[in-house]
Ligand binder design. Structure first.
Ligand code: ADP
Ligand code: ASP
Ligand code: MG
Length: 406
């Protein structure tokens, strides 16, 4: 008998028939003799709908109230999934994040899980019940409901698997596994049998929304091996695990695109020590994540600084920076949201030269201009025009031979 943590995403529980399908799959696993803890997301689209309603009433909703609202989506699906299981004569009981003992820090709308105390849940599990846990939510030390950032049900599942020392963790979604690129955008993308935590983490943080990046970070930290697979068939999925030596043989594992980015350009900044620090401090204090920073060579005592931020933060950056410009004695800011980030990822890059050249050549051939560049040991990220992103992704995918054999 194994203890299995399963997670079903929004599309998998998207309507009544799909919830019935999930219940049947849970029953089948239980009939094989396993103990099951099942994490479910809100129905596809519900979280977005709730956010839109909040913003229609208030453009900057209070974050405590936002969490109160967003937690509702998952509370619907846990109860419905338990009811569907009861209809199949499977004893099941639903748990909110708080009831499951998921404790987080205080950061509303992007809380981190601090610890899990699954005492009540363990009792029900021992009594032979299937446990259905609401993904994406927890409780902070002030007794407030928190949520874990978009896609956070992945994190709930992985953290649960770690806390319960589960034998298996299965992430069920609407594609067969992790592909060399988003299979909805790149038709010949290939499913990977396995991928290392570091590669999955880079892909996730550069826009492959198949896994929430923080959940992968957590899995790496606690050594939770997990499988990404489809809830609509029984195909084997993709195993995400610690890197092993043979993984370095593959130079590029996959390609990711992030279209939710904006470019911020600051010009006429005084070219003296401390200016960039003051700008970045102001952005950090406003909780704005800055990436791909490029500073040009100063001319006539002024310099410019360009960086990317998540699209939803661009407006805020433009609003807060003038106060800093007054302090440092100059500067003008403009934001452009017509960019996308394109990344190639692979642990093999550490031991192979020429990856950047090959990527740039593929883009040059398509006439795609490169605006910004950043690299890590296992990743190259470029900012390019958003309307060229799909084209560019396909060209790079082909250049590294990532597609299915024709
Ligand atoms: P869930 O609701 O199950 O959490 P998500 O919509 O969050 O599912 O993530 C699954 C989606 O991720 C897929 O439908 C696919 O379009 C997208 N995706 C992006 N990049 C990849 C990739 N490299 N491999 C697989 N899917 C990807
Ligand atoms: N429902 C949440 C979201 O849409 C969490 C999740 O689906 O993982 O972001
Ligand atoms: Mg998801």
């Amino acid at each position: 008998m194994a203890l299995i943590v399963q997670k079903y995403g929004g599309t998998s529980v998207g309507d009544v028939d799909r919830i019935k399908n999930v219940a049947a799959r849970i029953k089948a696993s239980r009939d094989e003799g396993h103990q099951l803890v099942v994490v479910v997301s809100a129905r596809a689209g519900v979280t977005n709908e709730l956010i839109a309603r909040a913003k229609a009433l208030n453009p900057r909703p209070d974050t405590r109230e936002m969490d109160m609202l967003l937690a509702v989506g998952e509370q619907e699906t846990i109860a419905l999934t338990a009811m569907a299981l009861h209809a199949l004569d499977v004893p099941a009981v639903s748990y909110t994040g708080a009831q499951a003992g998921i404790f987080t820090d205080l950061a509303h709308t992007k809380a981190k899980i601090k610890n899990i105390v699954p005492t009540a849940l363990r009792k029900d599990l021992k009594a032979g019940k299937v446990i259905i846990v609401a993904g994406f939510q927890g409780l902070n030390e002030q007794g407030q409901i928190t949520t874990l950032g978009r896609g956070g049900s992945d994190l709930t599942a992985i953290a649960m698997a770690a806390a319960l020392q589960a034998d298996k963790c299965e992430i069920y979604t609407d594609v067969d596994g992790v592909y060399t690129a988003d299979p909805r955008q790149v038709k010949d993308a290939r499913k990977l049998e396995e991928i290392s935590y570091d590669e999955m983490l880079e892909l996730a943080s550069q826009g492959s929304k198949v896994m929430q990046s923080r959940s992968v970070e957590f899995a790496k930290k606690y050594g939770v091996v997990f499988e990404v697979r489809s809830s609509f068939n029984h195909n084997p999925g993709t195993i995400v695990k610690e890197e092993v030596a043979y993984m370095e043989k593959v130079v590029v594992r996959g390609v990711a695109v992030d279209k939710d980015q904006a470019k911020v350009v600051i010009s006429n900044l005084p070219d003296k020590p401390g200016t960039a620090a003051a700008v970045l401090r102001a952005l950090a204090d406003a909780n704005i994540n800055v990436d791909m920073i490029v500073q040009n060579v100063g001319h006539h005592g002024v310099a410019s600084l360009t960086f990317t931020v998540p699209k939803e933060d661009a407006h805020q950056a433009v609003k807060i920076l003038p106060a800093t410009f007054r302090k440092v004695g100059g500067g003008e800011v403009a934001a452009y949201d017509n960019i996308a980030k394109l990344s190639v990822v692979g642990v093999g890059m550490r031991t192979h030269a020429g990856v950047a050249a090959q990527m740039f050549e593929a883009l040059a051939e398509k006439g795609v201009n490169i605006e910004l560049i950043t690299t890590s040991e296992i990743k190259i990220t470029l900012a390019i025009a958003r309307d060229r992103a799909d084209d560019a992704q396909r060209a790079v995918h082909a250049a590294f031979g990532l597609g299915k054999p024709a």
